[in-house]
Design a protein around this ligand. Structure first.
Ligand SMILES: *Cc1c(COP(=O)(O)O)cnc(C)c1O
Length: 633
C-alpha cells in the first residue's frame, strides 16, 4: 500500500484537532492557514523554521501566529451573533479575555487590537493583571472584569479606571470584599459597577471540576448573596449591582454541563432582578474547551460539542429561563481564554538523537555450549505467528524470567543472558508487526508489544514548555512538521533533555492507533528532523518552570498578510545560562570571580598554563551568555 499525504493526515489527526488552521501540503510539510477556511493563505512551517534559524535563533522556538488570535476572536463573536439572531435573543454578546491564560505583552496587545471591532475586553484576577490590562486596552466600549481577591489598592485601581471611562466591573468573590469596595467608593466618590460571583451547584466534568460546584473555593453561597443584597440596600447602592458571574471550570468537555450551568445562573439572575437590582449582564466565565485530541468526545482533552452548539445552547438556556417571567435578556459575557489562544502557538524543536529498539541480529547458529533455554527461545521466535501469539508470549516471558534467575545464581554468563534478552526483543518485534494488522490483540501481547519503541530525544524541556503535559496529563497534538509524504516507519516516544524520567511525551491524540507511541521517520544523516507540538498557546508559558535550569525558549511572532507574505514581528531571545542562574539567586559577578580564582589556583598548582587559563575562562564566559538548550556549532 502506497503511503500518501492523506494517510499522514489521518494518522496524525491534523484535520480533527487543527480547526482549519493546520494541514499538510503536497510537499509533505505542515502548513498554517491563519485565516482558517475564510482565506486560502498557507505558510509552510519548515520554511519558517529555516527563516528563523537563518536569523540566528536556535531551536526550540515558540512560534506565535498572531492572526490566529484574530481569527478565533472573530469566530467566537460571529458565532454568538448568529445564535443571538436565530434565537431572537434581545441582548448582545461581549467577550473578555482572561489575562491569566497568556499574560505575555504581545499576546494581550494583539488581542486588544484584533478585539477592537468586537469590543472584546479583558479579565484580570490580580493587581498586576489589572494594570497590564488597563495599559493595553484603550477601547472604552470593551469590558474590564475584575475577579480575584481584592485589597484596597486593587479596588482603587479599578475605581480610577471607572472614572477614566472604562466599563469595569468588580466581581465580588468573597463576602468580606463588599465592605471594602463600598468604603473605597465612598472615599473616592466614584460609583462602582458591581457583579457577584456565585457558587453554582452545577459541577462540570473534566480536570477542573473543583472550580465549580459546592466544593469550589470561589464564589458566594446563597446566604452570602442575600447578605450582600441587604448591605447594598442599606447603603442605597443596589443600583450598582449589574452583573452575575460564575465559572464552573476550564476545558469543560460535556455540553450538558454548560447548559446546566447557564440555566442555574439564569434562575439566579432572575432572582437578582426581582430583588430590584438593575442587572443587565450575565458572565458565564470560561470553560469553552479545545479538542486537543481530535476525538470530539466527552473526555478531558476533548469536547463533545462545536462552538456553534456552545453559543446556541447558552443563548437558548437563558431565554428558556428568563422568558417564563418576562425578564429582559441581558448582555452575555464569556471569559474564554483557552479557546482564544491555544491555536496560536506552536512549540518547534529538533531531534538530537534516537535510541532505537533494535537488538543485534540473531546469530545464525547458537554457541554449542548454549543453555537449552536459548534453544527454546529461538524455537519460540521461529514459531511466532497469528495463531500462536498468546502461547509464544507466555513462553517468551517464562524463558526470560528463567534466564534472569539462572544468571542470578551464576549458571549462565553475561553473554548468554544478553543473547536471551536479545531473542526476547526479537520476539517482541515480530509480535508487534503481526499485531499491527490484527483487530483483536490478546492483552498480554498488547502489553509487551507496547514496549517496542524508539526513544527520540527532543531539544526542549517539558517542564518549561509543556507543564500541563507533566502536571495534569494534558494531551497536546505532536507531529513531524515535514517529510509527511514519506511513511513514518518507527514507533517512538519523545524524551526531552532534562534528566527527569517524567520529561517525556508518551501520550498522543491518536484515537485510531496505540496512543502511547507516535509514528516517526528514521533520522537522516544530513538533515535535521523537526517536530511541532501544537495548540500550546494557553496556560503553558508562565506555568513552566526552570527544571534542570532550562529557561524560556526563543519566541518568534509572525503576522501573516492575506496574500501569504508575512512579517516577523518580534523575536524574543530565550533565557541565557546567566539569566537562569540569576533567577535562582546566583550572583553572576561572583560566579565569574570564583571561576577566575579557581583557574588561577590551577595555574599555580601546575595543572594548566596561563594561556590555557585564558581559553578555559573564555569558554566559561561564552557558556554563561549562551542559550540553555542544545545549540548547533
Ligand atoms: C481561568 C479562568 C477563565 C478562563 O477559562 P478558559 O477555560 O481558559 O476559557 C475564565 N474565568 C475565570 C474566572 C477563570 O478563573
Amino acid at each position: 500500500m502506497k503511503w500518501t499525504i492523506e494517510k499522514a493526515t489521518d494518522l496524525y489527526g491534523i484535520k480533527r484537532w487543527g480547526a482549519d488552521y493546520f494541514s499538510i501540503d503536497d510537499n509533505g510539510d505542515v502548513v498554517v492557514s491563519p485565516f482558517g477556511s475564510d482565506i486560502d493563505t498557507k505558510i509552510s512551517l519548515l520554511e519558517l523554521i529555516h527563516e528563523i534559524e537563518e536569523r540566528g535563533h536556535s531551536m526550540p522556538v515558540l512560534l506565535r501566529i498572531e492572526n490566529i488570535l484574530g481569527s478565533q476572536i472573530k469566530l467566537l463573536h460571529e458565532t454568538f451573533r448568529k445564535a443571538i439572531k436565530e434565537s431572537n435573543y434581545n441582548g448582545s454578546f461581549k467577550g473578555v479575555f482572561p489575562v491569566k491564560v497568556n499574560q505575555q505583552e504581545q499576546v494581550i496587545e494583539a488581542i486588544s487590537q484584533f478585539g477592537k471591532d468586537y469590543n472584546h475586553g479583558l479579565e484580570a484576577g490580580s493587581k498586576s493583571e489589572l494594570i497590564a490590562a488597563i495599559s493595553m486596552l484603550d477601547n472604552r466600549d470593551a469590558c474590564l472584569i475584575c475577579n480575584g481577591y481584592k485589597d484596597e489598592e486593587f479596588i482603587d485601581l479599578g475605581l480610577f479606571a471607572i472614572k477614566m471611562g472604562y466599563q469595569l466591573f468588580f466581581v465580588v468573590e468573597v463576602p468580606g470584599e463588599i465592605d471594602l469596595i463600598i468604603d473605597r467608593a465612598k472615599l473616592h466618590k466614584i460609583t462602582p459597577n458591581l457583579g457577584l460571583r456565585i457558587k453554582l451547584s452545577t459541577q462540570a466534568e473534566g480536570k477542573w471540576s473543583e472550580s465549580g460546584g459546592e466544593s469550589s473555593v470561589f464564589g458566594l453561597t446563597m446566604s452570602h448573596v442575600v447578605n450582600v443584597l441587604d448591605k447594598l440596600k442599606a447603603e442605597n447602592m443596589l443600583d450598582c449591582l449589574q452583573l452575575l458571574h460564575y465559572h464552573i471550570g476550564s476545558q469543560i468537555p460535556n455540553i450538558s454541563d454548560i447548559r446546566a450551568g447557564a440555566m442555574e445562573a439564569s434562575r439566579l439572575y432572575e432572582e437578582l432582578v426581582k430583588e430590584g437590582a438593575p442587572m443587565g449582564f450575565i458572565d458565564l466565565g470560561g470553560g469553552l474547551a479545545v479538542d486537543y485530541d481530535g476525538s470530539n468526545s466527552n473526555t478531558s482533552s476533548s469536547r463533545n460539542y462545536s462552538i456553534e452548539e456552545y453559543c446556541t445552547d447558552i443563548v437558548e438556556s437563558i431565554i428558556t429561563v428568563l422568558d417564563k417571567n418576562s425578564i429582559a435578556h441581558p448582555t452575555i459575557i464569556t471569559e474564554s481564554g483557552r479557546a482564544i489562544v491555544a491555536y496560536s502557538s506552536i512549540l518547534l524543536f529538533n531531534i538530537l538523537d534516537v535510541s532505537s529498539f533494535a537488538p543485534p541480529a540473531i546469530p545464525e547458529v547458537l554457541p554449542e555450549s548454549a543453555n537449552d533455554l536459548l534453544e527454546n527461545l529461538l524455537a519460540t521466535y521461529n514459531m511466532v505467528s497469528v495463531k500462536d501469539l498468546q502461547e509464544c508470549c507466555n513462553d517468551a516471558l517464562y524463558y526470560r524470567s528463567q534466564a534472569r534467575q539462572l544468571f542470578k545464581h551464576g549458571q549462565i554468563s553475561i553473554r548468554e543472558r544478553a543473547l536471551a534478552e536479545n531473542l526476547v526483543q526479537h520476539i517482541m518485534i515480530k509480535m508487534s508487526q503481526i499485531a499491527k494488522d490484527l483487530e483483536h490483540v490478546p492483552s498480554d501481547v498488547q502489553k509487551i508489544t507496547k514496549l517496542v519503541y524508539d526513544i527520540y530525544y527532543g531539544n526542549f524541556s517539558l517542564f518549561q514548555s509543556l507543564p500541563d503535559v507533566w502536571a495534569i496529563d494534558q494531551i497536546m497534538p505532536t507531529m513531524p512538521v515535514h517529510r509527511l509524504g514519506e511513511e513514518p516507519t518507527r514507533s517512538a516516544i519523545i524524551s526531552d533533555i532534562t534528566c527527569d524520567c517524567d520529561g517525556k511525551l508518551d501520550n498522543f491524540p491518536d484515537i485510531l492507533q496505540q496512543a502511547n507511541t507516535l509514528r516517526l521517520h528514521p533520522l537522516k544523516d544530513d538533515e535535521e528532523y523537526y517536530l511541532g507540538v501544537f495548540l500550546v498557546g494557553a496556560y503553558q508559558e508562565t506555568l513552566g518552570d526552570l527544571h534542570n535550569l532550562f529557561g524560556d525558549t526563543n519566541v518568534v511572532s509572525i503576522h501573516v498578510n492575506e496574500n501569504g507574505s508575512y512579517n516577523i514581528l518580534r523575536e524574543v531571545e530565550g533565557d541565557s545560562v546567566e539569566d537562569v542562574l540569576s533567577y535562582v539567586e546566583y550572583d553572576i559577578r561572583g560566579i565569574k570571580t570564583r571561576l577566575k580564582d579557581l583557574a588561577e589556583d590551577s595555574v599555580r598548582r601546575g595543572f594548566i598554563t596561563a594561556r590555557e587559563r585564558k581559553s578555559i575562562l573564555n569558554t566559561f564566559n561564552e557558556g554563561l551568555r549562551g542559550y540553555t538548550y542544545f545549540e548547533k556549532e
